[in-house]
Design a protein around this ligand. Structure first.
Ligand code: SF4
Length: 378
């Protein structure tokens, strides 16, 4: 189980992004942290009162955004302490904080480290080409990206992840390969590689900017093939880690584990029920006890999600785990769809455990597999 905390603040919106975030000038940090504390207190009461029965302890805390590195270290330290005090957090949780290179400082990170409020850093690098970064509305350059890694290292924080984005306008296949090589050369133990997605509501979406999807897919595939040759395990479709450096927090999502979400637009999944917090920043600040709503989900929707998430991982989908979790076997139509995927070379079956795992080709064409499975579950 994990706890996610959303910090909806960015200095400026990147051109492809429509995440729930607001500019620094419109972010009332004290009011937002008061609302987070109320959100936490509501979960604490639900857990203590038995209305939210957690199946296990909380093994991870994840500060995401937005740009957590724009928020004061003291506020993050304070709420991390409250989360650890008020919820059943394990003694040594993984605590990840997302940062952007231009706003990370040694003083800020040092304060989090001194308070044991972070032990893993996720840096939004995206690429190392200054012209491509500027064109995408990113505020950092290559020098700052490298400096962010060095700041963490100098402070003794080695557990670092870098996000890279394939298919940004202006990026070339050769430039992308250079980006991925630079990330590896920096010696970080975790790299996530994504294809550019231009969100509805983003600046580029409004301007009708579209990326070259075929080129982006080819670039992404190159990274997915090359990173394992450099000693990284592909433990999830887009996630690569040295042995022992997988993201505990994200693995919990992909294993269909439970999680609590604090903050505007944050989701939770507890006791088989999905909850969503309001995505309205002003409404979230109100002292209302009803900032989260249960979301009605059909069992077959959740079952599909279970299959979809498991197949994203290197561990794959184990029919026995499915049966144990859902107290029913995998639908025969789903087994048939997976057998089709095996025939097409999109999936394989583990010799030892009989789990279905997508192949490299299967990850590339995962939409075909997922849509075939979905049709069987409708
Ligand atoms: S990509 Fe990250 S930094 Fe850029 S606007 Fe979105 S949340 Fe903010």
């Amino acid at each position: 189980m994990g706890v996610y905390v959303h910090l909806p603040v960015c200095r400026r919106k990147c051109h492809y992004c429509s995440f729930v975030s607001r500019p620094l000038a419109g972010f009332d940090q004290p009011a937002y942290f008061r609302a987070l504390a109320r959100d936490l207190a509501a979960w604490q009461a639900a857990v203590a009162g038995g209305t939210a029965a957690l199946a296990g302890g909380l093994n991870s805390i994840y500060w995401g955004g937005g740009t957590p590195s724009l928020v004061s270290a003291g506020a993050i330290v304070g709420l991390t302490g409250r989360i650890r005090r008020d919820l059943p957090v394990s003694p040594e949780p993984e605590i990840t904080v997302e940062v952007n290179p231009e706003s990370l400082t040694a003083d800020w990170l040092g304060r989090l480290l001194d308070a044991e409020a972070v032990n893993r850093l996720s840096i939004g690098v995206q690429c190392f080409d200054d012209r491509v970064l500027a064109r995408a509305g990113r505020l950092h350059d290559r020098r700052q990206a490298v400096a962010a890694v060095m700041i963490a290292r100098r402070l003794g924080l080695m557990n670092i992840s870098i996000d890279l984005l394939a298919g940004l306008p202006g990026q070339t296949p050769a430039g992308w390969q250079d980006d991925v090589r630079r990330a590896v050369d920096l010696g970080v133990p975790h790299i996530s590689v994504y294809c550019l997605k231009i969100d509805p509501g983003s600046r580029w979406y409004g301007q009708g900017v579209t990326g070259d999807e075929d080129q982006a897919a080819g670039m992404w595939q190159w990274a997915c093939d090359w990173l394992p040759q450099q000693g990284f395990e592909r433990y999830e479709m887009s996630s690569f880690a040295w042995p022992g450096h997988r993201s505990r927090h994200n693995l919990n999502y992909w294993r269909f584990g439970e999680y609590l979400g604090l903050g505007v637009a944050a989701c939770s999944f507890v006791g088989g029920v999905r909850y969503e917090n309001t995505a309205d920043y002003e409404a979230y600040l109100l002292p209302s006890p009803d900032r989260r709503q249960a979301v009605e989900c059909r069992p077959e929707d959740l079952q599909f999600e279970f299959i979809f998430l498991r197949l994203r991982t290197g561990e794959g989908l184990d029919r026995n785990e499915y049966r144990q979790y859902w107290r029913q076997p995998l639908p025969p139509g789903v087994e048939a769809a997976l057998e089709w995927a095996v025939e097409q070379g999109l999936a394989g079956v583990g010799q030892a455990d009989g789990s279905w795992r997508l192949t490299g080709k299967g990850f590339m064409f995962s939409n075909q597999v997922f849509s075939r499975i979905l049709r069987q579950m409708e």
